[in-house]
Design a binder for this molecule. Structure first.
Ligand SMILES: [Zn+2]
Length: 371
C-alpha cells in the first residue's frame, strides 16, 4: 500500500535538495543511493560532461524473470530558478514554498511517485515486468539530458514521463515538433544622407519578408512566431544586418517543414526584390508526440486510471518535454499529469491528494502491464 507519510516526507526531502539546471550533482547522488537500496542497477551517463553540467542522467534497471515488455518511467531531476534553498510549507493539505522560490514539484512529484511505486511493488511482491527508470538532467531550457541519452541505453519498449500538469489520469498523447528558425539578413551599409543609393537596408528587406509571413496560428496543428528582431546602428546609417529569431511548431512534420520553408521563402523573395542576402539556421528542437488511443502505452494508462476511478483525459500540449525526445528515439511515450500547479513560479504548489495519487497510479500501471 502507498504510505502517505513516506511519500510526503520523501517529497519534502527532495525539494530541499538544490538542483537548478546544470547543478544536479547532489540530487543525482541522493537518487543513486535510493535506487540502489531499492535493488536497481544504476549507471550515470556522460550527458553532464557533454553539456557542462555537474551530473549525468541516471539510468536504472529493475530486472525481472517475468516475461513481458520492459516499461520505462522517467522524470527530470533539474528545476528552474529560483530553486535554491526551497523551504516547503504544508498548509491545509497543500504543499508550497515559502514564496521566494519555486517548489520543485516540477518534477520531484514525478520522482517521488516512481520511488514509491518501486517500493510498493516490492513490498507487495507484485510479479512485475522489467522496469527501467531514467532520471534526466537539464530538461528545463532545452531537454538537453534526454537529447544526450545514448539510445542504446534505453531498454523500455514504451515509456511514461511524469512531467505534466493535470492530475493522475491526464495523459498527454499529442505534442508538436518544433523548429528553431534563425535568419540573418545582410544588406549593404551606406550613409543615409550622402549616398543612400549605394546601400541596401537589411531592415527594409527583413520587414518586407516579415510582412508576407504567415505567423501565429497557421492551422489546427501548426503555429509560428518570430520572437526577436535585432538590427541597425544609427539613424544615419543604412543598416547592413538584421537578425531574426523565431520558431514553428506542428503536430505534423510535413506541415512543420512547409511552414519553415514558407518563412524562408518570404525572405528569399524580399532579397530578390530589394537586394541583399540572407542565411538561415534551422534546428529541430524536438520531434512530435503523436500517439493514439489504440496504442498499448495509452491503453494501459487509460485502463489503470479507470481501475482507480481517476477521470481519464487524453490531451494535446503545445509545449515540449522529455516525452518528445523519447518518442523521437522510437519509444512510444506518454506524458502523465502529476498534479503540479503554477509551475515555474514561486506560487507553485501540489496538493497532498495529488502527490499520493501519482504512485498509486504507477503501481496500477505496473499491475495492468504485468497481468
Ligand atoms: Zn518539468
Amino acid at each position: 500500500m502507498i504510505n502517505k507519510d513516506r511519500v510526503i516526507n520523501e517529497f519534502l526531502e527532495l525539494v530541499k535538495i538544490d538542483s537548478e539546471t546544470g547543478h544536479e550533482r547532489e540530487i543525482a547522488d541522493f537518487l543513486t543511493e535510493k535506487l540502489k537500496s531499492l535493488g536497481l542497477e544504476v549507471i550515470e551517463d556522460d550527458a553532464g560532461q557533454k553539456i557542462g553540467g555537474s551530473a549525468g542522467n541516471l539510468i536504472a534497471f529493475l530486472p525481472s524473470k517475468k516475461e513481458g515488455p520492459t516499461v520505462l518511467f522517467s522524470a527530470h531531476m533539474d528545476t528552474v530558478k529560483p530553486g535554491k534553498g526551497v523551504v516547503p510549507v504544508i498548509e491545509n493539505d497543500i504543499i508550497r514554498s515559502q514564496g521566494d522560490t519555486i517548489l520543485g514539484a516540477d518534477d520531484k512529484s514525478g520522482i517521488v511517485a516512481i520511488l514509491e511505486m518501486l517500493r510498493v511493488i516490492q513490498e507487495e511482491k507484485i510479479n512485475h515486468v522489467p522496469i527501467q527508470v531514467i532520471f534526466t538532467i537539464a530538461e528545463e531550457g532545452g531537454l538537453f539530458g534526454a537529447k544526450n541519452l545514448n539510445p542504446a541505453n534505453i531498454k523500455g519498449d514504451f515509456a511514461y514521463i511524469l512531467d505534466s500538469n493535470g492530475s493522475a489520469g491526464n495523459i498527454v498523447i499529442e505534442g508538436p515538433a518544433q523548429n528553431h528558425i534563425n535568419i540573418t539578413v545582410k544588406g549593404k551599409k551606406a550613409h543615409a544622407g550622402l549616398s543612400p543609393e549605394e546601400g541596401v537596408s537589411a531592415i527594409q528587406v527583413a520587414a518586407r519578408g516579415l510582412a508576407r509571413m504567415k505567423l501565429g496560428r497557421i492551422d489546427e496543428e501548426t503555429t509560428a512566431n518570430i520572437g526577436i528582431i535585432k538590427g541597425g546602428i544609427a539613424n544615419n546609417i543604412i543598416p547592413d544586418k538584421v537578425e531574426m529569431d523565431g520558431e514553428a511548431r506542428s503536430l505534423n512534420r510535413e506541415k512543420l517543414d512547409k511552414q519553415t520553408e514558407h518563412m524562408v521563402e518570404c525572405l528569399e523573395k524580399a532579397c530578390q526584390e530589394l537586394g541583399g542576402e540572407f542565411t538561415t539556421k534551422i534546428e529541430l528542437v524536438y520531434p512530435e508526440i503523436k500517439l493514439n488511443e489504440q496504442e498499448q502505452v495509452v491503453k494501459i494508462a487509460m485502463e489503470a486510471a479507470n481501475n482507480l476511478g481517476f477521470p481519464v483525459t487524453l490531451t494535446k500540449t503545445g509545449g515540449g518535454s522529455d516525452a518528445n525526445i523519447l518518442n523521437g528515439y522510437g519509444i512510444p511515450t506518454a506524458n502523465l499529469g502529476c498534479g503540479m500547479e503554477n509551475v515555474h513560479t514561486s506560487d507553485e504548489f501540489i496538493t497532498v491528494e495529488n502527490l499520493i495519487k501519482n504512485p498509486q497510479y504507477l503501481v496500477e500501471i505496473i499491475k495492468v502491464i504485468s497481468r
